[in-house]
Ligand binder design. Structure first.
Ligand SMILES: C[C@@]1(CC(=O)O)C2=NC(=C\c3[nH]c(c(CCC(=O)O)c3CC(=O)O)Cc3[nH]c(c(CC(=O)O)c3CCC(=O)O)/C=C3\N/C(=C\2)[C@@H](CCC(=O)O)[C@]3(C)CC(=O)O)/[C@H]1CCC(=O)O
Ligand SMILES: NC(=O)c1ccc[n+]([C@@H]2O[C@H](COP(=O)([O-])OP(=O)(O)OC[C@H]3O[C@@H](n4cnc5c(N)ncnc54)[C@H](O)[C@@H]3O)[C@@H](O)[C@H]2O)c1
Length: 203
């Protein structure tokens, strides 16, 4: 079997259910904010530790009361009990310590200024309800990821949210009612040739 990767990285793409899981983010700047928002949207339980915070973090407190903000500098003790760690300070040496300490505790970390020190990296994402389009360049060019994301946003407009919902509902009906395996597969594959209007009529 052929190995997948480029020379440096062999990333495995996964989708993680984050609801209720503890995540600690170090840093209170622009990049930390971006990571925190996407984690909160997935209903993770986020604690942010930073020497200082941009004003946007105060606004987050109103919108997501589950967030905890702690004004402090990095300490290893903050890592314990977390499912994921994000090192997003602007201090390279601190980010490296976060990575080393996380490895010792066997907790996956994302270090925003070093793909190498990260166990996982974050892709550029387009969300249309349950349709999730993720783009990564394995760290080679986040700018290209963003550019491709922007073109996917146009190619897959908001209507795809309803489209995927309908496909999901009809798929369940087909799985329940069609027993023949080949016939089931044929029908499920053919559903994606139908328009939203045609799918709506099937319900
Ligand atoms: C996708 C996105 C998700 C997110 O961050 O949420 C993301 N970066 C985004 C944007 C962005 N980041 C940077 C720029 C400036 C232009 C440029 O450098 O190209 C822009 C563009 C902009 O801001 O306009 C600078 C940058 N990024 C990293 C480094 C350090 C390094 O390379 O080592 C530096 C240099 C810092 C310096 O200057 O020294 C590292 C990483 N950034 C990643 C993700 C991971 C790899 C993703 C991949 O494989 O493509 C990885 C490895 C780690 C991680 O963060 O997970 C988000 C898209 C936002 C969107 O979707 O709109
Ligand atoms: N991954 C990405 O997408 C991406 C994009 C651009 C930049 N970066 C990198 O991310 C880093 C952070 O960028 P930013 O714009 O958010 O920086 P920033 O200067 O706005 O914020 C840095 C934050 O780290 C905090 N901090 C510093 N030392 C700390 C410590 N010891 N303990 C706790 N908190 C500490 C500061 O108080 C501040 O809130 C940059 O150094 C840059 O290299 C990453």
């Amino acid at each position: 079997m052929k190995s997948l990767g480029s020379d440096e990285n062999l990333y495995y793409s996964v989708m993680i259910e984050m609801r209720g899981k503890n995540v600690v983010v170090f840093g209170g700047g622009k990049i930390a904010y971006r990571k925190v928002v996407s984690l909160l949207q997935c209903e993770a339980k986020v604690t942010v530790i930073s020497v200082d915070f941009t004003y946007e973090f105060d606004e987050l407190l109103n919108q997501f009361p589950s967030i905890t903000l702690i004004k402090d500098s990095y300490k290893k003790e903050y890592l314990k009990g977390n499912y994921l760690i994000v090192g997003a300070t602007n201090a390279k040496d601190i980010n490296i310590s976060i990575s080393e300490d996380a490895k010792e505790l066997k907790i996956l970390c994302n270090i925003v200024d070093s793909g190498e020190a990260s166990d996982y990296i974050v892709p550029s994402v387009v969300r249309r309800g349950d349709l999730i389009l993720s783009v990564s360049t394995s760290g080679k060019s986040p700018s290209l990821s963003k550019k491709i994301k922007n073109s996917l946003e146009e190619e897959y407009p908001k209507e795809f949210e309803e489209y995927v919902n309908l496909l999901g509902k009809i798929r369940e009906m087909v799985i329940k009612n069609v027993k023949d395996q080949e016939e089931k597969k044929r029908i499920l594959n053919s559903l994606t040739d139908l328009s939203v209007e045609e799918l709506r009529k099937m319900l």
